[in-house]
Design a protein around this ligand. Structure first.
Ligand code: M6R
Length: 361
């Protein structure tokens, strides 16, 4: 069942190239230049506004999607934790599309968010992995994320599929409403087609590096994860993965917020894990890391070959087109958490106190 792997989690991390392929299947074939999403035919066209409702890892996926949907489709997006959304009496406009993201499709707070939105006349698009689940049944339209069954309590491949689906939505709406630059569209479509192979060939080296770093950092009590832009939600996700399976405290922060508090914590025993790929925000992240180093903080930095960054634990990953770099950074974060938890002998697939679907609020 585990396909020769020690845990479901590592099996599922290594399934991600196929997950991307399956999520693209029929939506962006080798013969298609445009994204096709017939699932959206039941909705009234490109939305004026989007409200994303989700929990945990699915919420982080939603935050990531916000950056792309706003940048490419110029649709205003608000992303909210479902348990907050459902109780705060939100002001909802009927022109707003609610996107409910849920791997299991059974998360109680997300379901309550869907019901609230629909009771006020809003349409709901479910982004869901489990066919026929409650989220799928309660939504007006469903985009299945096609990740296949996810057994490990810590969500990995499901997030990868949610990000792929959100990327397709941003391409689809951005191309459809003319806001997305043709060249970016072409380059990303091309990059997406090559992404499963690129990831497949990169995963073994990512695991080796994660294995090595896990031995250096498994005795720390706390980790700070930093990222900017698209990589800020990844920082949140990296921290969540580490804490849920290794029980090491970790905090995800927007790198620019460091000066507003967390910098006070930096010392040689409080390492920082930075996501610093080659994008327009790299110089900003780099200057945050200089501040960490000035306070003798240890740094692991996920970055790209050739970038000018002098940190003690540099982790170079291959370059990918624009936001596709996320699909290499995400498994690196997952693998680091996995290797730390495994090294510490934790119950990786069934961490204490956690359930795969949270069906009570
Ligand atoms: O099934 P869902 O996507 O609705 O689940 C949401 C969260 O409960 C889930 O992502 C949780 O945070 C995972 N344990 C993360 O690994």
């Amino acid at each position: 069942q585990k396909g020769g792997h020690k845990h479901f989690m590592i099996k599922e991390i290594f399934e991600q190239p196929k997950v991307i392929q399956d999520c693209l299947c029929g939506r962006l074939g080798t013969d298609l230049d445009e994204v096709r999403l017939p699932e959206l035919d039941d909705l009234p066209g490109t939305p004026k506004r989007i409200h994303v409702v989700a929990c945990g890892t699915s919420y982080h996926a939603g935050l990531w999607g916000m950056y792309l949907l706003e940048q490419w489709a110029r649709i205003p997006v608000q992303v909210e934790i479902a348990s907050e959304f459902r109780y705060r009496n939100p002001i909802l406009d009927p022109d707003t599309l609610v996107i409910a993201i849920s791997q299991s499709g059974e998360t109680a707070d997300t379901l309550a968010g869907i019901k609230l939105a629909r009771s006020q006349g809003l349409k709901v698009l479910g982004l869901c992995n489990v066919v026929g689940s409650s989220v799928a049944r309660e939504s007006d339209a469903v985009l299945y994320t096609q990740a296949g069954p996810e057994i490990s309590v810590a969500s990995t491949k499901a997030m990868c599929s949610q990000l792929t689906a959100l990327l397709l939505l941003a391409l689809y709406w951005g191309h459809g409403n003319g806001n997305l630059d043709e060249k970016i569209h072409r380059d990303v479509v091309h990059g997406l087609r090559n992404l499963p192979d690129l990831l497949e060939s990169t995963l073994p080296a990512l695991r080796d590096k994660a294995h090595e770093l896990a031995r250096t950092f498994s005795d720390v009590n706390s980790f700070l994860y930093l990222g900017r832009g698209l990589h800020y939600p990844l920082a949140l996700e990296g921290a969540l993965k580490l804490k849920e399976i290794s029980y090491i405290h970790a905090e995800g922060y927007a790198a620019g917020e460091m000066k507003h508090g967390p910098i006070a914590l930096i010392d040689p025993k409080f390492p920082t894990f930075a996501i610093a790929p080659d994008d327009e925000l790299f110089p900003k992240v780099k200057s945050n890391l200089v501040e960490v180093q000035a306070r003798s903080g240890q740094i692991v930095a996920l970055t790209n070959v050739g970038l000018d960054l002098d940190v003690p634990h540099r982790w170079d990953v291959p370059r990918a087109t624009g936001p596709l770099s996320t699909f290499l950074a995400l498994p690196a974060l997952q693998l680091f958490a996995y290797e730390v938890a495994d090294y510490l002998g934790k119950d990786v697939d069934q961490p204490r106190n956690l359930a795969k679907s949270v069906t009570v609020e």
